[in-house]
Ligand binder design. Structure first.
Ligand code: C2E
Ligand code: CA
Ligand code: CA
Length: 398
């Protein structure tokens, strides 16, 4: 459950209760309170955009106070693993500072709760609000509400099958003939139309849903291409794998399952990854790649020329294909050193038995130099933009 509505006076949680989630107020008002020696102590009243119940989640403790709705209140629920993931992603020092702050806050709160009734007598005590600037709270709370909404929306879209592959042709430079396709993710959102990867890949990586997105695209693309090719040679299919797949062997089983379910021939499947997948744990990444290759799938290094572009990766990992990034390709033919660098990369890759794909070919003037340099395949708007499933048949006939 993502959202919950509470009637005026309803308890959201009790003091002493174990915790498995935190909350953000989306509408209404919440009172954080405790009762000591028949004195009702209001610790805080919270409004839209404010977070509560986060302490017990972060330190695995129990609720140190009660939360109740003052008026009809709607809250968004943050699951403990969502909150913890965000904190684990930050510098380790952030987690340390948070846990020491929580410890001190709990001590101070216990002192305050025990002290107030003796000082103020029984009845109703309101602890003055030390939270300062409402704009700050709304700003930070608004941003938190926003990421949480986007994260839940992504999960909903994934469960609803809204992530679909588009297909961009990859052609033979020598004659412009269709050789394969790269599957590129699109989100067909019910309210926001077609969303490009630049608007969701990053979020998917941060909330850990990217693996499921990748697999949904791969499964969809394999199924569609398999059904679309009725006769003639099957073009190859290149798919993208996020760096997060390279920390364990889960992806190997998933790829094997997709191949089994769709009947797609692994000899026609290539997985693309960038160097970021290799830097964190190169040994594990190497093992995962070796297992993927054992399924009969080929491996492409994507975006070469951005990031690290380390030549040492080229010879220590089992790449079959090298994709040269568009920022490099565009410089071809222009005076400057980039031309020489591209030439050297293509020569080196060919010598090492790798096939080279030039990305981002937008104009025909790039084709002759790429051809002369020995580049096998090209991809770019000059040939075709990524197209939806319904346009695939026309491309296959052409
Ligand atoms: P990429 O893997 O480098 O894919 C190529 C991108 O360049 C695509 O953008 C493609 O539409 C664009 N492109 C192709 N030809 C040209 C051209 O001639 N000019 C220009 N300016 N651009 C061209 P797209 O589809 O927006 O995807 C962007 C990035 O998102 C991809 O870059 C890839 O890193 C990521 N992505 C896409 N689909 C997936 C996916 O299923 N899983 C993962 N993990 N990442 C994906
Ligand atoms: Ca790619
Ligand atoms: Ca690329």
């Amino acid at each position: 459950m993502i959202r919950k509505t509470y009637l005026p006076g309803a308890t959201i949680f009790f003091e002493g209760q174990p915790a498995d989630c935190a909350y953000i107020v989306e509408r209404g008002q919440v009172e954080i309170c405790a009762v000591r020696e028949r004195t009702h102590i209001t610790l805080a009243t919270l409004g839209r955009g404010e977070i509560f119940g986060e302490m017990a989640v972060l330190d695995d403790g129990v609720r140190s106070a009660q939360a109740r709705a003052v008026e009809e209140t709607e809250v968004l629920i943050i699951r403990s693993e969502q909150l913890r993931r965000r904190i684990m992603e930050a510098e380790p020092i952030v987690g340390q500072v948070l846990s020491s702050l929580i410890k001190r806050f709990r001590q101070a709160q216990t002192g305050l709760l025990n002290d107030l009734p003796t000082r103020m007598g029984s009845g109703h005590v309101v602890v003055p609000n030390i939270a300062d600037n409402d704009d700050d709270i709304l700003g930070a709370g608004g941003a938190a509400l926003d990421w949480l909404r986007r994260e839940y929306d992504l999960e909903r879209g994934l469960n609803a099958g809204e992530f679909i592959p588009f297909f961009q042709p990859i052609v033979t430079i020598a004659d412009g003939a269709l050789a394969g396709f790269e599957a590129l993710a699109r989100w067909r959102h019910p309210e926001r139309n077609l969303i490009p990867p630049s608007d969701f890949i990053d979020l998917g990586e941060r909330c850990g849903l990217i693996r499921r997105i990748d697999l949904a695209i791969i499964a969809g693309a394999c199924r569609i291409l398999r059904q679309s090719v009725t006769d003639g040679e099957t073009p190859f299919l290149s798919v993208n794998l996020s760096a997060q797949h390279f920390t364990d062997f889960g992806v190997v089983d998933s790829l094997a399952r997709i191949l089994g379910d769709t009947g797609f021939d692994p000899a026609h499947l290539k997985v693309e990854l960038t160097e970021t997948a290799l830097v964190q744990d190169p040994r594990k990444a190497h093992e995962v790649l070796t297992h993927i290759k054992a399924l009969g799938i080929t491996i492409a290094l994507d975006d070469f020329g951005t990031g690290y572009s380390s030549l040492s990766y080229l010879h220590s990992f089992p790449f079959d294909v090298l994709k040269i990034d568009q920022s490099f390709v565009r410089q071809l033919g222009k005076p400057g050193r980039t031309h020489d660098i591209v030439e050297t990369i293509i020569t080196l890759a060919n010598r090492m038995g790798m096939v080279v794909v030039a990305e981002g070919i937008e104009t025909p003037d790039l084709i002759p130099p790429l051809h002369r340099l020995g580049c096998t395949f090209g991809q770019g708007y000059h040939y075709s933009r990524p197209v939806p499933e319904c346009d695939l048949a026309a491309l296959l006939r052409s």
